[in-house]
Design a protein around this ligand. Structure first.
Ligand code: DX5
Ligand code: ZN
Length: 229
């Protein structure tokens, strides 16, 4: 299992100073970019031109989370632009297997996300074609919402499927992650933790990233031998 990855979400950053906000979390593993289209979710954020500018402004790998309709059409250009991981929603994709191939062919890792009420069972076969599973722990659309612990059952299932070799996805969680919730998510088997308000709402975002990483590493049962030894 890889060391825990921390992905600050720039949804909670200052959109007028994104290059500075990326610099403030220079030690983070991925930079999470929430793309919302006001159709799939009731909010509107940013799109490909901003991602292209961010790619020039930072070396942190971009983790683009597309909360949009028709990702089959709109997601591959994010991969082609240079995003490290491009995640689409299972609920929105028309042909998720073909889409995973298209994302990989365009040079990115392919991610599939499930909303809190979407069962994982329906997507396990499809996930064989994906690199990342993003489990939403809030209803997508807004930062600063409360963590939904009931989604951890999906994390445990995914962790088991990965540990037994049935899937090879990295397990990522998004929504309500902070110092009070990161440990239970780590215990359930999360590899990558998205955190928006917990990072950019902190006095020192860089310190907040390091603190979350430390907490996650210590709480993960899979990593005790390397982190506590
Ligand atoms: C919500 C977004 C999240 C959001 C998380 O739809 O997908 O990435 O930024 O924000 P927090 O960490 O504040 O819940
Ligand atoms: Zn997100």
């Amino acid at each position: 299992m890889p060391a825990p990855l921390i992905a600050p979400s720039i949804l909670s950053a200052d959109f007028a100073h994104l290059a500075d906000e990326a610099r403030a979390v220079a030690d983070s593993d991925w930079l999470h970019v929430d793309v919302m289209d006001a159709h799939f979710v009731p909010n509107l954020t940013l799109g490909l031109p901003v991602v292209e500018s961010l790619l020039k402004a930072t070396d942190i790998p971009l983790d683009c989370h597309l909360m949009i309709d028709d990702p089959d059409r709109w997601a591959p250009p994010y991969a082609a632009a240079g995003a490290h991981n491009v995640t689409v929603h299972a609920e929105a994709a028309h042909d998720p297997r073909k889409l995973a191939k298209d994302l990989r062919a365009a040079g990115a890792k392919a991610g599939l996300s499930v909303k809190p009420n979407t069962p994982l069972e329906d997507w396990i076969e499809v996930l064989r074609d994906y690199d990342t599973l993003l489990v939403m722990s809030v209803e997508p659309g807004f930062g600063g919402q409360s963590f939904m612990p009931e989604v951890l059952d999906k994390v445990r299932t995914a962790r088991r499927l990965v540990d037994t070799g049935h899937l090879t996805v990295l397990v990522e969680i998004d929504g309500g992650i902070g110092t009070d919730t990161v440990e239970q998510a780590a215990e359930a088997g999360v590899d990558c933790f998205v955190a928006g308000s917990a990072v950019y709402g902190a006095q020192d975002p860089g310190r907040a990233v390091a603190a979350l990483r430390e907490q996650a590493a210590h709480a993960s049962p899979h990593r005790t031998s390397t982190t506590r030894g």
